[in-house]
Design a protein around this ligand. Sequence first.
Ligand SMILES: Nc1ncnc2c1ncn2[C@@H]1O[C@H](COP(=O)(O)OP(=O)(O)OP(=O)(O)O)[C@@H](O)[C@H]1O
Ligand SMILES: [Mg+2]
Length: 256
Amino acid sequence: MRPTPSWLVAEPYIEQTLGVLRSGKEAQIELVERVADPPDGQSPTTTRCLLARKRYLPRQVTAKGTLEALGAQRASAFRHDVEYREGRQFRRSRERRAVERMSTYGKRLLQDRWTGHEHDVLRTLWEREVSVPFPIAYGDDTFDLEFLGDAERAAPQLQAARLDRPGLDEAWHQVVDGLADITAAGWAHGDLSAYNLLWWEERVWFIDFPQAVDLAANPRGLDYLHRDVANIATWFGRRGLDVDAEATFAELLVHL
Ligand SMILES: Nc1ncnc2c1ncn2[C@@H]1O[C@H](COP(=O)(O)OP(=O)(O)OP(=O)(O)O)[C@@H](O)[C@H]1O
Ligand SMILES: [Mg+2]
């Protein structure tokens, strides 16, 4: 198993938010710098590191009444959650019923589980040496993870990485290898695209897992896997690679 990156978990620390890296409909990603003092009696090296803080925007609802208002507006998004989560979460029948009915309690349950779910999936994948950023910690509506990039720039999304033909070939093989490992771990990403893959240090990195689907427990799990493969194969196909989505999907099934 990979060793935990000590610089990312050093305590105590002082942190400051350097800025917002990206803000979208679902989440805002902030760049945070952490400086940790050396432990007493040890060599005086201060660790300084950058991390990405994902702040889930629509679910950042705490005031009573606001959730209901938002819930009505965003009912389809919440229902989407239920579909993704079917069979995996909410094994207690009271919770499950609440989520299915979209009661206030049910919406609250979905909101609370979102961040924890992304953290848990990334943790499992990271431990299996899949190319994902190290998940540091999560709170009610934030999730801290290893920042991919350096002091000058953040890792580009694959769609913006301007890879030449050999680079695209390499990226495709890395995507397939990564998908094999993710499938073997029992997950489908659920929203795979060239926006949710980053390219950094000649490697493809998988990110954005809040909707990851449990392949064994979700009756539609394989449909999500198939859709992921079709989406990303189409993207590579449009850039001139001779990729076969169906053959790739069949290869992945071997890893289940
Ligand atoms: N660990 C990271 N290191 C560097 N950049 C990151 C990291 N995590 C996310 N990003 C950047 O932020 C973007 C959005 O992150 P993510 O895909 O996890 O959230 P999202 O739910 O898709 O948010 P949005 O609705 O804004 O697209 C990514 O496409 C990437 O450019
Ligand atoms: Mg995304």
